[in-house]
Ligand binder design. Structure first.
Ligand SMILES: Nc1ncnc2c1ncn2[C@@H]1O[C@H](COP(=O)(O)OP(=O)(O)O)[C@@H](O)[C@H]1O
Ligand SMILES: [Mg+2]
Length: 332
């Protein structure tokens, strides 16, 4: 067998975003150059077990050997691609596991993943950088109905509810009254950890997104793209064929574009200084509001992120190559 680097593509996972991850792996599989890299795939089961086919494996470092513990031996891995989203995937936990095992990996590090996956922390950092966000109030775990009502009153209905640490719009919903709020909160506490967040319901908004990629220590920022769909951008419209329309060049004023790119620089310097990410904003009238950073943006064939990168001349295949090279070279 040729002596080429081994790339480990990790997909599946425990989170609600398992399907998104599997669709991403399907796409990415076809982009990796097999002449250059040997591809091994791990599927993380819904219960969190790591499998190659039906053989259980796990990341491990033994002395100076590092990789996957497979059948009593260490299988050397040169680069892992944790193509996972949300809980356990994008929130620093898998990054920590790979780091501990000494396996280089694609994407942001543990701390960036953890902070960016927590919508309250990200908001707080954005505010400290002078980047505007929607008015919002965190809802810690363990609140009772009366406490919830009080917080909602502070903000006022209608409001927008979201679990603090889930993505793909899972559990995210507009809320118009106390009963709905309690229902949304109870469900969110069941499916996610860390509590939730309520924000003013931003109406009549456009959803603008920017892709960021690091190559050789330089940050590449894409133009501002747009996602359009009916109502708000929910799980179905995100992943159903034709459920949303994405364009890699939003039709916006130059001054808005400039402002968004400036915010993106500030935010990523602080929150995601390596790897890749997608930074999402709302444009509501004149207001530009930062919404969130995805440190492992959706990477399916219909996703905006690869299209944004294509706008700066980086094809999906080249993007894949850059991500792997950066990880192997320690440029993460
Ligand atoms: N404050 C808000 N007002 C109105 N709609 C919102 C608000 N926050 C989020 N949304 C809608 O919900 C979607 C998902 O919320 P988001 O914060 O992006 O979480 P996720 O991590 O699930 O993508 C957004 O794309 C947007 O359509
Ligand atoms: Mg989002």
């Amino acid at each position: 067998m040729k002596n080429i680097p081994t790339v480990l593509l990790i997909s599946g996972g425990q989170g609600c975003e398992r399907e998104v991850s599997l669709a991403g792996a399907e796409y990415l599989r076809g982009l990796i150059d097999r002449e250059k890299y040997r591809l091994i795939e791990v599927n993380i089961s819904p219960l969190g077990g790591w499998f190659i086919g039906d053989e259980a494996v796990y990341p491990l470092r033994l002395g100076n050997r590092q990789g996957l513990w497979r059948g009593g031996k260490i299988l050397r891995i040169d680069c892992a691609i944790p193509l996972l989203h949300g809980d356990y995937g994008e929130d620093g936990r898998i990054q920590g596991a790979l780091d501990t095992a000494g396996i280089p990996f694609v994407g942001c590090d543990t701390v960036s993943g953890a902070v960016c996956s927590d919508k309250s922390y990200t908001r707080a950092v954005a505010e400290s950088l002078g980047v505007p966000v929607a008015r919002g109030i965190p809802l810690p775990e363990g609140l009772d109905e009366r406490e919830l009502r009080e917080r909602a009153r502070e903000l006022g209905y209608p409001l927008f509810f979201k679990p603090k640490r889930l993505g793909s719009s899972v559990g995210a919903t507009p809320v118009y009254n106390d009963e709905q709020l309690y229902g949304a909160y109870a469900l969110s506490c069941e499916i996610s950890s860390g509590g939730a967040l309520i924000e003013e319901l931003v109406e009549e908004k456009r959803e603008l997104e920017v892709g960021v990629l690091y190559r050789s220590g330089k940050r590449i920022i894409s133009p501002v793209g747009e996602v359009r769909c009916e109502g708000f951008y929910d799980y179905r419209s995100k992943y159903r064929e034709g459920g949303s329309e994405v364009t890699a060049r939003a039709d916006i004023d130059e001054s808005v574009e400039r402002q968004i790119l400036d915010y993106t620089e500030r935010l990523t310097s602080e929150l995601c200084p390596g790897g890749l990410c997608r930074v999402d904003y709302f444009l509501s009238g004149e207001r530009i509001l930062f919404n969130e950073i995805n440190t492992m943006p959706g990477f399916t064939k219909t996703s905006l992120y690869p299209r944004l990168m294509a706008e700066v001349g980086i094809s999906p295949e080249a993007l894949c190559e850059i991500l792997i090279r950066e990880a192997i070279g320690g440029g993460r």
